[in-house]
Design a protein. Structure first.
Ligand SMILES: [Fe+2]
Length: 201
């Protein structure tokens, strides 16, 4: 651990519907902060391990750094999924016959109901994310609430569609109480090709 150095990725997303360039610029900066902190935590944990052991007096710092790694690491990765599943002139329905749509239609009574479920997870009170996951063992799609960045991620499931619903994702464009409007905007920017690529991994 700690030997990897992560670099912030670049996303060209200006001109989205309902999510302003100003919001994106601010959001990219926040994302870069997660990359920086992931790297820093990795370095500090490596330092502690460098003498081949975790001493009793190092244990409190070691524990705290390791717990924080879950927050920073997931914060980095989830933002990459989020920015990566939007594009200009996106949205609409996932293409008929696509693997994603087929999996959704066999997991939910209808595509519309999946959509309602996904948007409703996003409207839940709290700070976090709505994520549609693929269970690779069954090919079923299910929507989940992730608290902060790290609580609720399901081991082994593949994130397909990731929506940030922290207020920083929309506060410059919508009031905090208008999260449903932001969710509508997000849905109108979805890059379904990117979702489909995640299905095929
Ligand atoms: Fe965010």
């Amino acid at each position: 651990m700690g030997t990897n150095t992560y670099k912030a990725k670049h996303f060209d997303l200006s001109g989205l519907t309902g999510i302003s360039d100003k919001t994106l610029e601010m959001h990219f900066k926040l994302y870069e902060g997660y990359v920086t902190n992931t790297n820093l935590l990795g370095e500090r944990i490596t330092e502690i391990l460098s003498d081949g052991q975790v001493d009793q007096e190092e244990m409190p710092a070691y524990s705290e750094l390791t717990r924080r790694l879950g927050f920073e690491y997931n914060g980095m990765v989830l933002h990459e999924y989020y920015f990566g599943n939007m594009k200009r002139q996106g949205g609409g329905d996932p293409p008929a016959g696509s693997r994603f749509r087929t999996a959704v239609e066999s997991s939910y009574p209808s595509l519309e109901l999946w959509r309602t479920d996904f948007a409703s997870v996003g409207k839940m009170r709290g700070v976090g994310w709505a994520i549609a996951y693929l269970n690779p063992a069954t090919n079923a799609v299910s929507n989940h609430w992730i608290e902060l960045h790290e609580t609720g991620n399901i081991a082994g499931f593949i994130p397909l569609l990731v929506m940030d619903v922290w207020e920083h994702a929309f506060l410059l464009d919508f009031k905090p109480s208008d999260r449903p409007k932001y969710i509508e905007a997000f849905m109108s920017n979805i890059d379904w090709d990117s979702v489909e690529r995640r299905m095929q991994r």
